[in-house]
Design a protein around this ligand. Structure first.
Ligand code: BMA
Length: 366
């Protein structure tokens, strides 16, 4: 009897340990990823890194020219941060929603790592219930439908597995996995994506994040840091954190904010910066402006007179502007040679506390 009791107790303890195993215990990030996180926590002491989405892939009037970048053409240096989007990876497609082959995206991510720069990835995935795109908000039950027990759950796990395969494929020739800052489920405080504010409950959003996080871990994805980036809708830290999935599953906090009018931009930036600064300090999270910009940069002094004064007083890790579309008129956020803000961008570039690739100089991974 006694022996049997002991066997039962050991069995229960073992069961308890296995079933209570939390996500963080599963996670053994690669040494490079751990070093990157430690450096991102230190970075703000040196300055704020500048980033640009799809920087080496295309720009105004060009596509796929080796080594070319609109930012580099203007200031002579690459952005320290490059962002890429893997929308349509979930469909098994060989090109992204912006019609760039995933082989090319992979190659550029590896190159940016080898130059010593930071890579971040967003995911404008399709709507798994309707077959529409990220912006298809016609159905407010889509998030619920991909969670366990939902009609689209199995299909959706397959979609996350496509992301896992891509992340796991980011390896250099010596077999090192490239660390990446993954920024899933972004701008969720607005209601323009199917995972947005009015399209799911707080709990469903958190469950979506955790399911993504846990599945990527299960698939051996150990080269990711995770960025949480709502829009400018939160008015205070409580609202900012309403859908926050937890400090153990988020490495960097930020927000996406665009200029539509100067007053609106200054006001929303000031508020959002104060929010992430306060949470970042309290919880030792690096902070960033994960997307920003003024479409077609119609203000010739925008870089030094609008953006720089906003960011200079905060310990920002990076500030990233969106893409220079080659296929859509006036959809660009970084200057190109001859653009009216190009000279001003060079002044911004010359500020000692604004960091481009040469300033980072390999420090992110040492
Ligand atoms: C949006 C726009 C779209 C693009 C998407 C993903 O903000 O630039 O044209 O498809 O990002 O890059």
């Amino acid at each position: 009897m006694k022996n049997l009791n002991w066997i039962a107790i050991i069995f229960i303890i073992t069961l308890g340990i296995t079933s209570c195993k939390s996500h963080t215990e599963n996670l053994e990030r690669t040494p490079e990823t751990q070093v990157l996180l430690a450096n991102l926590q230190q970075m703000p002491a040196n300055g704020v890194m500048f980033g640009h989405h799809d920087d080496p892939l295309y720009g105004i009037g060009w596509e796929g020219d080796p080594g070319r970048s609109d930012v580099k053409s203007v200031c002579g240096d690459y952005p320290a941060v490059m962002s890429f989007d893997i929308g349509h990876i979930e469909l098994g497609s060989n090109q992204s929603l912006d019609k760039i082959s995933f082989d090319k995206i992979r190659k550029e991510i590896i190159s940016q790592y080898q130059r010593g720069g930071l890579n971040t990835i967003s995911w404008h995935l399709d709507n798994p219930a309707t077959g529409g795109d990220s912006w298809d908000v016609s159905d407010s039950t889509v998030v619920a439908s991909v969670l366990p027990g939902g009609a689209n759950h199995e299909k959706f796990i397959g979609w996350i597995d496509c992301v896992a395969d891509f992340m796991n494929s980011l390896t250099t020739t010596d077999g090192t996995k490239v660390p990446v800052l993954f920024r899933p489920w972004h701008e969720h405080t607005g209601s323009w994506f199917w995972w947005g504010q009015d399209l799911c409950t707080d709990q469903e959003y958190k469950d979506l994040w955790m399911m993504t996080y846990d599945r990527l871990n299960e698939k051996g994805v150990n080269n990711l840091l995770y960025a949480y980036s709502p829009g400018i809708e939160p008015m205070d830290t409580t609202q900012y954190l309403a859908r926050y999935p937890g400090h153990d599953v988020v490495d960097l906090i930020g927000f996406d904010a665009y200029e539509y009018s100067r007053d609106q931009y200054l006001e929303s930036m000031a508020r959002s910066l104060a929010i992430v600064d306060s949470i970042g300090r309290a919880h030792n999270k690096p902070i960033a402006i994960t997307e920003t910009g003024f479409e077609a940069i119609p203000d010739a002094d925008w870089w030094t007179e609008t953006l720089y004064p906003l960011i200079k007083n905060y310990p920002m890790t990076y500030v990233l502007v969106w893409r220079n579309a080659r296929e859509k008129d006036n959809h660009y956020y970084a200057p190109y040679p001859g653009q009216i803000s190009a000279d001003n961008f060079v002044q911004f570039y010359n500020k000692p506390e604004v960091l481009f690739l040469n300033d980072v100089d390999g420090k992110l991974y040492q």
